[in-house]
Design a protein. Structure first.
Length: 273
């Protein structure tokens, strides 16, 4: 028979070993938190490894992204208020025109009394009119008294998409860029931050965003990775509309110059004058 005192000693030893194992697991967990806290996690190398084609390459397959509709031109229709023009959508329209053959049009709704001439000509002059079926995409902007921009695509079958950030995401998706989950999330986060804090937030919120942008742009040429994304477009336009551009820190100023070296951005600056 096993000595009861020896059995009790073995049980006690097992209990001590179990507690030591639990303590070791807790210490390991704390160590990881201290060494790689979420706030200091540098995901730059993950973002940089994203395999994205530059926007200057050939156009993606619109039929694949938007669906094939024989005999009909795909039409994007956007309602926007001229009192607060969605500059990011104008920049994206210009970028899309570099990639696709787009039939552009600007109209004024009866709910708006007058629209500045520069907004009526925001798409420039279409120098050469071609038959409708020769275009890849229709892009119509209607200046209308709406609380926020609205977009309809496939007018008969879908509810409108509302909000400048959401429409900008849709338009940028037409370039066919593919991102990993982390990069996509960071881009979405910057778009929301630009709209809700930089453009619509308080001066304190704008200051905090500018500091965050300055830190991000100290690590990369663009807000997310090595290529222009919708985050850059929306953030740059928000800075222009809030008048925060001149007060921006050094890295942000350098990034703004990089944006303005691209024709779609420089044309918007002319629109603002």
């Amino acid at each position: 028979e096993i000595d009861p005192s020896l059995q009790a000693l073995e049980s006690r030893q097992e209990e001590i070993l179990k507690r030591l194992y639990e303590l070791k697991s807790a210490v390991d967990g704390l160590s990881k938190m201290i060494q790689t806290p979420d706030a200091d996690l540098d995901a730059t190398h993950i973002i940089q490894s994203d395999d994205c084609s530059p926007l200057t390459t050939n156009g993606a397959d619109l039929d694949m992204m938007l669906g094939k509709d024989y005999g009909a031109l795909k039409d994007i229709v956007i309602n926007a208020n001229p009192s607060l023009p969605p500059l990011s959508l104008l920049v994206l329209h210009s970028l899309l025109c570099e990639r696709y053959k787009i039939l552009s049009a600007v109209h004024t709704h009866s709910s708006v009394k007058s629209v500045p001439e520069n907004l009526l000509k925001c798409f420039g002059e279409q120098t050469k009119k071609q038959p409708r079926h020769e275009y890849q995409l229709g892009f119509t902007l209607i200046w209308k008294d709406v609380p926020k921009p609205q977009m309809k695509f496939s007018i008969q079958t879908m509810c409108p998409i509302e909000g400048e950030g959401n429409i900008a995401r849709f338009l940028f998706s037409l370039f066919g860029q593919k991102y990993n989950a982390l990069t996509s999330t960071l881009i979405d986060s910057w778009v929301d931050t630009a709209i809700f804090q930089l453009k619509e937030g308080s001066s304190k919120e704008r200051g905090a965003v500018l500091r965050s942008m300055n830190a991000a742009l100290g690590k990369a040429a663009w807000l997310v990775g090595n290529e222009l994304s919708v985050a850059d477009v929306v953030a740059w336009c928000a800075l222009q509309q809030t008048g925060s551009a001149n007060a921006a820190p050094a890295n942000v100023q350098k990034w703004m110059k990089s944006c303005e070296n691209l024709a779609p951005f420089s044309s918007i600056l002319k629109l603002l004058k």
